[in-house]
Design a protein around this ligand. Structure first.
Ligand code: GLP
Length: 249
């Protein structure tokens, strides 16, 4: 297993940003998937800060969002689209066609999911996807219990996130909130994956993901079956795992 442990949070951010920059420099027409959340915000900001200092070609690049909140305005600050625009797409001055994400609202989410994955394929498929890790082991909005064979789909969000978004957007209980996400099978088709996890709150789930059984009850455990997945952790998230033993497995 490929596991990298950064001793500080800033080393972690730097290592993760370097994976994205390295991918773009090595293949300027890369299709790269990004996740939102507390883990990835600083990584995204570092990518464009590095670009300002040592310019590299971003003119042929595609970034896409792994998942999106449904039932909210796409301009809501907590929508993945808006977060990625603010954190990385706009500072890099990318063209609109260089950023793909599933919609927050649609009369036919199944069709939207199909055209999203078809467009990724049309662009050559996913070269790299950087995944955050939910405290319950979710990837994107694929919650525990999601079949490993799942394809892009409309699903539910975890209750804590749902109540926060409901509060922030003043969405009444009568209106449905959910998530739309690449499925686990879509994620596994990426040529290369980097799973990023930092902080004490990820300790327990990192251990389950890496040392527990590969099981649909911990969606992220599927990544152990991928031929090119790096688990990039900070020392807090890695505190409970036996790194040397895992590296040899
Ligand atoms: C949300 C997002 C995921 C993200 C996860 C981790 O659920 N939908 O894509 O990976 O949170 O978030 P954080 O980094 O804030 O822990």
């Amino acid at each position: 297993m490929k596991i990298t442990v950064a001793s500080t949070e800033s080393d972690f951010d730097f290592a993760a940003a370097s994976r994205v920059v390295g991918q773009i420099c090595g293949r300027p027409d890369s299709v790269i998937g990004l996740s939102t959340g507390r883990t990835t915000g600083n990584i995204h900001r570092l990518v464009w800060q590095i670009h300002r200092r040592v310019s590299f070609d971003t003119s042929r690049l595609t970034f896409f969002g792994l998942d999106e909140v449904t039932g909210v305005d796409p301009e809501y600050a907590g929508a993945c689209r808006r977060m990625l625009l603010t954190e990385i797409i706009e500072p890099l001055s990318l063209r609109p066609d260089q950023f793909l994400i599933l919609p927050t609202r649609s009369s036919d989410f199944c069709a939207a999911c199909r055209s999203f994955t078809a467009e990724l394929q049309r662009r050559g498929g996913i070269d790299l996807i950087m995944l955050g890790l939910g405290e319950n082991g979710h990837l994107g909005f694929n919650q525990p219990g999601t079949p490993f064979g799942s394809r892009a789909w409309k699903t539910v969000m975890d209750p804590a996130l749902e109540s926060r978004i409901r509060r922030e957007t003043s969405t009444p209980d009568s209106e449905e909130l959910g998530g739309v996400t690449l499925g686990l099978a879509d994620i596994m088709r990426a040529r290369r994956i980097v799973l990023v996890a930092k902080g004490d709150n990820k300790r327990a789930i990192v251990r389950q993901m890496l040392e527990g059984p590969v099981s649909e009850s911990v969606p992220a455990s599927i990544l152990r079956l991928h031929p090119d997945c790096e688990f990039l952790l900070d020392s807090k998230a890695a505190a409970d795992i036996d790194i040397e033993k895992l590296r040899q497995s």
